[in-house]
Design a protein around this ligand. Sequence first.
Ligand SMILES: [Zn+2]
Length: 257
Amino acid sequence: MNFKNTSFIFLFAIIGTGLWHYFYGISLWWALIPVLLYKSTVIYGSANIRSNFYTKAICKGNTTEKIIAITFDDGPNAQFTPQILKVLDEHNVTATFFVIGKNIEGNEELLKQIDSKGHILGNHTFSHSFFIDFKNRKGFIEELTKTMAAVYRITGRQMRLFRPPYGVTTPHLANAVKDLQYCIIGWDVRSMDTTKDSEQLILERVKKQVKPGSIILFHDTSAKTVSILKQTLNFASENGFKVVSTERLLNLKAYEL
Ligand SMILES: [Zn+2]
């Protein structure tokens, strides 16, 4: 079941519903069934960023050295990003922040601070809409460009790293990324810090999965993550893991020169 087949069946079902509506008067609400099925199939088929289903994503460093990188999605967040920055400072490590464009307004100083402290900024689209995977190539280009422009205006940085919202990729997204020459960064350790309640469970998950070259996914959007970050950094140093930037871990450039 690839994206093309799924789309074809979806289209067929929608046209079918339209015809039944026209000839037999059935409610157009029936169209919700193919819509929901399509949505769930697309999510299922493309949700695993590590599958490289549509496009190539870098999900870990190719190394046996005990180095790892930490990444935060969905900021900047006026309440929690400063707390995260403080913890990173205390441990003298840098991280990568995949920011949402619409969260930048009002947080310009915070964005500047992330950059000036030596952390890397990456693109996480402008809207981070739940329905973003319905966008076409132009829609994705707009999403990426708007965030890129906001970050450039404030920091002078032209980002090259991109992380798709929800880790979901589509062919249109893949094309937009190619057009704009972004490099997709995934993860191999998903902390589940936004979906699981138990701090202990999240931490155990991280500890169990982390290995040389790992990229850990967190979100700078909750007090829970601030606490888990502290414990993760303690765990890393106690177990000989060095936290490095994604640039160093993956041996790439995060910005255009
Ligand atoms: Zn996100």
